[in-house]
Design a protein around this ligand. Structure first.
Ligand code: M6R
Length: 610
């Protein structure tokens, strides 16, 4: 949450900082600000609300400034207003921060006693006053930083600019992501490499407990213990086109459309059809001792958690191994029964979700093997895990996750196959049948995306509804939960997902003639039971929006509305296809309601605070 950027070079920095912030706005959009240093003076412009509101204010900054910092905020401490917006400036020092300072209250008290005057309610200003005090004491940046390091508890990535040292910017990392970009005669830093790709492909991801000094031509990095380290630049494989909307009205719609290509690429990378085998090395599985695994615990948040609920069916079905699924925020604070035979799998698009990361640290302390299913390379969760399967679905910018969800599902499906094959549970014709169906998946996803029309009609009919219920059984249960989450997130309609069999244990009391009920009823193992649940809702005048096989006349008749969705024999793969109408329904309802689809209120793409 929060995005920070910095630039130092020989040309005007304002546009570059602004563009960088635009790439980071998915991380938070409560306020934005830019500070620049010019002729020994720091000038700052800030705004409450979205970055676009900052644009007109930037004319007030010295346009020839060649170094500066920027920030886009997701508010934690202090209201989302201009005073609390970063950069904060004290004593000719400007500072931007991503993360949380846990001991800010005690530090603030101490600093106030020392005479510090606070303008904002943020934990960030505490860091700045502390650093300014240490600068007054030591008159040396490195010594002041060393002292700061010793006092801060929590997670932070910091960018610091000093009027007294215009030739450099300083950055520090502990717990929140930070990447340095190397240009020609100019250098940059940001919370995410996406903010850099318009300018450079050479990047170095800082590790925790490292700090750096960057000038126009140099990058120096030290550990918090003060040991100078070799820089580790790599070539980024993100194209600047991949962070554009490419003609789509919203990133979310673009990302929905990318799914067939993403899944086809994953299948190609991870399956060797000639050898009729999984490519375990590419899947990252060589880094694990799979023979040791007696049970699996999956941890994740939000959409990633729902992917695991479906993953459980797929992995248990293929590999015959017990799988438990838990919200990361719950798992980390209890005392789960774990042993050396437990493989803990963290699933995360961003690889930065604080609770999921904490679970992995917890699991490692218990001697478990750890495996990540992630999208963002070099992010914190993969770096903490024994092995990682990278989905490589490209940057996901819409706050509501779409392509990462289906990629997570496919990753878990393939992981189940690999484990099943390894354990001798899955072989010969049964494995081949899975591969055959897998080959059909991208085309079916395309087909589902093309089937917009009935979904647009349903959106038009129900966009003013106050509530929605989604229901499904078996592998469709997770899709019902995900469908409800998508609708809540981007349309702000209250929606809940239920297992079909659970409705009569309470939620059926909500059903009346105003309640739209999206019923996922593919022709699978759970079909007959699901049809009974639909009948029960209908009997109470609930308005059924049935989603199922295009040739299912019975279902078509049962539903007040019908969304056709071609299935697959494998219920896991079929469920992957069936999330597409859920994504599109949420999207069209949100567009009709005029909400901010890509940046829904109160949310941020990556939740790096607990
Ligand atoms: O980056 P992660 O996959 O770890 O993120 C987990 C959740 O924060 C995320 O899935 C969130 O629920 C999305 N906004 C859902 O669309």
């Amino acid at each position: 949450m929060c995005g920070i950027v910095g630039f130092i070079g020989k040309r005007s920095c304002i546009e570059t900082l602004y563009e960088g912030l635009a790439r980071l706005e998915y991380r938070g959009y409560d306020s934005a600000g830019i500070a620049v240093l010019n002729r020994g003076e720091i000038a700052v412009e800030k705004t409450e609300g979205k970055l676009a509101l900052l644009k007109p204010k930037l004319a007030a900054l010295p346009q020839d400034a060649t170094r500066g910092l920027g920030h886009t905020r997701w508010a934690t401490h202090g209201a989302p207003n201009t005073t609390n917006a970063h950069p904060h400036v004290v004593d000719g020092i400007a500072l931007v921060h991503n993360g949380i300072i846990e001991n800010y209250e005690e530090l603030k008290e101490e600093l106030i006693k020392d005479g510090a005057r606070f303008q904002s309610q943020t934990d960030t200003e505490v860091v700045l006053h502390l650093f300014a005090r240490e600068m007054r004491k030591y008159k040396d940046v490195q010594k002041a930083l060393a002292s700061l390091i010793g006092r801060l508890r929590g997670a932070f990535s910091l960018g610091i600019m000093l009027a007294s040292e215009p030739e450099a910017l300083y950055l520090m990392k502990l717990g929140s992501p930070l990447v340095i970009g190397a240009g020609r005669g100019e250098n940059y830093f940001a919370s995410d490499a996406m903010a850099l790709v318009a300018h450079t492909s050479r990047a170095m991801f800082l590790n925790d407990r490292e700090y750096a000094r960057i000038t126009e031509d140099t990058v120096d990095v030290w550990t918090f213990a003060g040991q100078k380290i070799e820089t580790r630049f790599i070539e980024l494989d993100i194209s600047s086109a991949s962070v554009e909307k490419q003609g789509f009205r919203h990133f979310m719609l673009k990302e929905i459309h990318e799914q067939p290509r993403v899944l086809a690429a994953m299948a190609k990378r991870f399956v060797d059809h000639d050898a009729k085998a999984l490519r375990v090395k590419e899947m990252g599985l060589e880094g694990l001792q799979l023979d040791r695994v007696t049970s699996i615990a999956m941890v994740a948040c939000g959409t990633a958690h729902y992917s695991c609920l479906l993953g459980k069916y797929m992995i248990e079905g293929s590999a015959g191994i017990p799988v438990s699924v838990e919200l990361a925020s719950e798992f980390r604070y209890r005392d789960p029964v774990l042993d050396a035979g437990t493989l803990v799998i963290a699933v995360s698009q961003s690889g930065e979700t604080a609770d999921t990361l904490a679970c992995i640290k917890h699991a490692k302390e218990r001697g478990c093997q750890t495996f990540a299913i992630c999208n963002v390379k070099m992010s914190s969760i993969p770096r903490e895990c024994d092995a990682t399967l990278y989905m490589e679905c490209g940057p996901e910018i819409g706050v509501a996750s779409t392509k990462a969800f289906t990629a997570m599902l496919l990753a878990q499906f393939l992981f189940g196959l690999a484990l099943g094959q390894k354990r001798g549970k899955l072989k010969g014709a049964a494995l081949e049948a899975k591969f055959t169906q897998l080959r059909a998946l991208p085309a079916l996803m395309d087909h589902a995306i093309d089937g917009k029309e009935p979904i647009q009609k349903v959106a038009e009919k129900y966009y003013e509804a106050a509530n929605f219920i989604y229901m499904g059984r078996g592998t469709s249960y997770a899709i019902a939960l995900e469908g409800a989450l998508k609708l809540k997130e981007i349309s702000y309609i209250h929606a809940e997902g239920y297992a079909g069999g659970e409705l009569k244990h309470g939620p059926i009391a909500l059903i009346d003639r105003h309640m739209p009920v999206v019923a996922l009823a593919p022709k699978d193992h759970w079909y007959e039971k699901m049809v009974s649940n639909i009948e029960e809702v209908k009997a109470r005048q609930g308005r059924i929006i049935a989603v199922g096989d295009p040739h299912d006349e019975k279902l078509r008749r049962l539903g007040e509305d019908f969304i056709p969705c071609v299935g697959l024999e494998d219920s896991g793969l079929a469920a992957i296809v069936s999330v597409v109408p859920m994504q599109l329904l949420a999207y069209y309802v949100a567009v009709r309601r005029g909400t901010d689809v890509d940046q829904p209120r109160n949310l941020a793409k990556s939740v790096t605070v607990e």
